[in-house]
Design a protein around this ligand. Structure first.
Ligand code: GUN
Length: 291
């Protein structure tokens, strides 16, 4: 069993981007600028956006954190997106989800200029990705593909079982794993809350992508010997013994599943850091294409 070390792979990608940014600076060219929009004060969102802003600083990107009150109106937020769209200095725009209930995620995502859609959530970006056209690929699935690539895992012909059908992870990763590319060329099954015989489905997976947000959901009896396990879960579970008051748990019972696997991502330090690395790559690409 080998651990897929997202921290190390992410670091390698960030180091490479850092060198490319230094080159831009040496040539007197514009450095990438990411604008992150954070509405309200959801603790997890604060942490994720903080990590994204920190990664920008490490690499030498410019970043702007636009903090907005939980009660901001949808129209006002759309106005701010419009300003960022028209700001020539901003290359990438990220609106951290979830948004408060009174704001439509869909309206906000659709308002982002597709040339700056570094999260790859805009329907045009998704449509392009589905058709194999150049596009921004959502950061978490993009990060998973980069991790498989980093470890030179040839997924051709494998059966990938994706548990979860979200727009952010489950659906896009199923498209990427099934695409005619390397990594890719998998036969993909998408499972969800209405799937019958989920255990048997998972047992057929050469790869299991667990992206349902239920801590410890995937157990050893659901995993075949030698499978590759990608754990996308990052749920905060209350734990009074911790200073923060919680621990981060993945969707996979790591201790019992790991001995059966060929490869497995840990939580933390698996998929999480790869999401950030992929976002940084998307932001670099947006800058290169728009300037
Ligand atoms: N919320 C959970 N994951 C993501 C992500 O990748 N991007 C944004 N913007 N919000 C998220």
């Amino acid at each position: 069993m080998q651990i897929l070390d997202g921290q190390a792979a992410s670091q390698a990608i960030k180091e490479s981007l850092k060198i490319q940014v230094a080159q831009l600076v040496a040539e007197g060219r514009k450095v990438p600028h990411l604008a992150a929009v954070l509405v309200g004060n959801n603790g997890a969102s604060e942490t994720y956006v903080g990590a994204k802003v920190k990664a920008c600083a490490e690499i030498g990107f410019k970043s702007s954190l636009v903090r907005l009150d939980e009660g901001i109106s949808e129209n006002k937020l759309l106005g701010i997106i419009d300003e960022l769209n028209n700001n020539m200095d901003v290359d990438g725009i990220l609106v951290q989800l979830p948004l408060p209930k009174h704001i439509s995620d869909e309206k906000v995502i659709n308002a982002i200029d597709i040339a700056k859609d570094v999260d790859g959530f805009h329907p045009v970006s998704i449509g392009r990705m589905v058709q194999g056209q150049p596009s921004f690929v959502p950061a978490t699935p993009h990060g998973i593909m980069l991790l498989l690539q980093h470890y030179k895992i040839d997924t051709k012909g494998m059966h990938a079982v994706v548990v979860g059908r979200s727009n952010i992870v489950g659906r896009p990763i199923s498209i990427l794993l099934s695409s005619n590319a390397s990594p890719g060329n998998c036969t993909v099954t998408i499972c969800h809350s209405h799937t019958k015989n989920l255990n048997e489905m998972c047992l057929q997976g050469d790869i299991i992508v667990a992206a349902l947000g239920k801590p410890g959901f995937v157990t050893a009896n659901m995993v075949k010997e030698g499978a590759i396990i990608i754990d996308v879960g990052i749920t905060r579970v209350p734990d009074a013994s911790k200073k923060s008051g919680y621990v981060i748990k993945g969707d996979v019972k790591f201790d019992e599943v790991a001995p059966k696997c060929s490869y497995i991502t840990p939580v933390p330090k698996g998929v999480g850091p790869m999401t950030i690395a992929a976002l940084m790559k998307n932001t670099f690409k947006a800058c290169a294409e728009n300037n």
